[in-house]
Design a protein around this ligand. Structure first.
Ligand code: BES
Ligand code: MN
Ligand code: ZN
Length: 493
């Protein structure tokens, strides 16, 4: 889908040749002399339209308007959040129509956040999954014009939003693929393809190389599957070669059956989304390739299936992680932390300025935060603040969770250095405490996206979160990497 930013008043928009016009009408709306604003003014007066997000009024073949369809959409205070809701509601009604060319008219006082929201909501709402349909009927929408009062003011935000939308859509597409298609091998191929298209460095390690690196914990999870594991290393260089990179680590479990600690069959298909962290790293790299910000970024993806088999790892097995720490695997369904811990140790070799892991890690995080905010855990306050702010700005929010030492008590093992599970209470924090043992050498954050990476029910599908947050965070960080000396040890919380 093509996006375009254009300087266009409502008077100009009336003459714009397109299939549909979406006119956002906020609380600060003022009636002018042009047809569209008169239409909106009359509708408001008659109370056929309210300036609240979600409120819509459709008009067809209006006199003096070139577009066949006009949708007046309440946009509240015109903030990013309200504009997102308004555009989402409007574009959703167009999904079953033949609208190919759309113009979205933002209020004249729209800020960058409204521009970003309009792009994100249009892209997100018009997405259609077709990859495994025999008669694919994809997205109808082809060209979207975002009309603003002065396009020069919004160019940077617009470009960022468009690239983020592409990254988000790529992550969604990968997440939605069935687990017999989105295998670890396929993820490795996707990484290679991305690298070739955008000039990233890419290395994909197979079982032998993973064993050679000493990732005994990762391999223990992979050993029950017929699908060989992959450890993906992607490198984007946007700053001087010596500049400490940001490292993104994505959980890439392409199917989580639970292993020997097998899950109930209800909704088990949704465990194809257990590679949402990996997909978000690939999506973030896709956006990086486009935006090319001034920082260095490394992407690490440990990817495998978690399956029951005669060769599977068993409850009680003890494995040695790359860090040298031994782990008693008491529950094979707590596999995410077992593959991430080795990736966190691997990350040390890059002397990172910060490491962020992204994982559909715990059902407990879904209970705690639902599908609205991702769980954020961080050993470094500044990193946490940056991620919280980026999430709010990108309308892809997260919420900070604690890391008190007491939460690690349950991870004690009589037979190894650490156990891979503690009690059910505080499950999301226990998991984060496990990871923290492997992330002591750099500022570290962990995003538990178990509740936000996909939706279940009738709208079942990947959301592409938290690609929006990550892209915003990287843009906020650019240029700063060189200016700031790297801390040698993370401040523990
Ligand atoms: N991938 C799951 C987490 C998950 C479960 C995400 C449900 C979204 C919905 C993870 O590997 C897992 O199984 N975690 C266990 C951990 C437990 C055994 C300590 C969980 O959350 O039940
Ligand atoms: Mn699991
Ligand atoms: Zn899992």
């Amino acid at each position: 889908m093509d996006f375009e930013l254009k300087t266009l008043s409502l008077a100009g928009a009336a003459g714009e040749k397109c299939d549909a016009l979406v006119v956002l009408v906020g609380e600060s709306f003022k009636v002018g002399k042009d047809v569209l604003s008169k239409l909106a003014g009359d509708a408001l007066k008659a109370r056929d339209l309210e300036p609240k997000p979600g409120k819509l009024l459709h008009a067809y073949r209006s006199e003096g308007v070139a577009a066949g369809r006009v949708i007046l959409a309440g946009a509240g205070d015109g903030s990013g959040k309200r504009v997102h809701a308004a555009v989402q509601a409007a574009v959703a009604t167009l999904r079953t129509t033949g609208v190919k060319r759309l113009v979205v008219c933002l209020p004249p006082d729209a800020k960058d956040d409204a521009v970003r929201a309009a792009v994100a909501a249009t892209a997100e709402t018009s997405y259609v999954y077709v990859a495994t349909k025999s008669k694919p009927e994809g997205r109808v929408l082809q060209k979207v014009t975002i009309a603003v009062a002065d396009k020069a003011r919004h160019r940077v935000a617009f470009h960022a939003a468009r690239s983020a939308a592409e990254g988000i859509e790529y992550a969604r597409e990968l997440g939605n693929l069935p687990p017999n298609h989105a295998t670890p091998t396929r993820l490795g191929e996707e990484a290679r393809r991305l690298a070739k298209a955008h000039g990233f460095q890419c290395e994909v390690l197979g079982p032998k190389e993973i064993a050679k690196a000493g990732m005994g914990s990762f391999l223990a999870v992979a050993q029950g599957s017929e699908q060989p594991p992959r450890f993906i290393v992607l490198r984007y260089q946007g700053a001087a070669a010596g500049t400490a990179p940001l490292v993104l680590v994505g959980k890439g479990i392409t199917f989580d059956s639970g292993g020997i600690s097998i899950k109930p069959s209800q909704d088990m298909d949704e465990m194809k989304f257990d590679m949402g962290g990996a997909a978000s790293v690939l999506g973030a790299f896709r956006a990086l390739g486009d935006l090319r910000p001034a920082l260095n970024v490394v992407g690490l993806i440990p990817s495998c299936e978690n399956m029951p088999d005669g060769r599977s790892v068993k409850p009680g097995d003890i494995v040695t992680s790359m860090s040298g720490q031994t782990i008693e695997i008491l529950n094979t369904d707590a596999e995410g932390r077992l593959i991430l811990c080795d990736a966190l140790t691997y990350a040390e070799r890059f002397n990172p300025m910060a490491v962020i892991d992204i994982a559909t890690l715990t059902g407990a995080c879904v209970v705690a935060l639902g599908g609205v905010r991702s769980g954020l855990f961080a050993s470094d306050d500044e990193l946490a603040q940056g991620l919280l702010a980026a999430g709010d700005a990108a309308l892809d929010p997260c919420w900070r969770m604690p890391l008190d030492e007491e939460y690690a008590d349950g991870l004690k093992s009589n037979f190894a250095d650490v156990a891979n599970v503690a009690g059910r209470a505080g499950g999301a924090v226990n998991a984060a405490k496990f990871l923290q043992r492997f992330a002591g050498k750099y500022p570290w954050a962990h995003l538990d996206i178990a509740g936000t990476a996909w939706k279940g029910g009738a709208a079942k599908g990947s959301t592409g979160r938290p690609v929006g947050l990550l892209v915003q965070f990287m843009l906020d960080r650019q240029g700063r990497a060189a200016a700031k000396p790297r801390r040698t040890a993370a401040r523990r919380k």
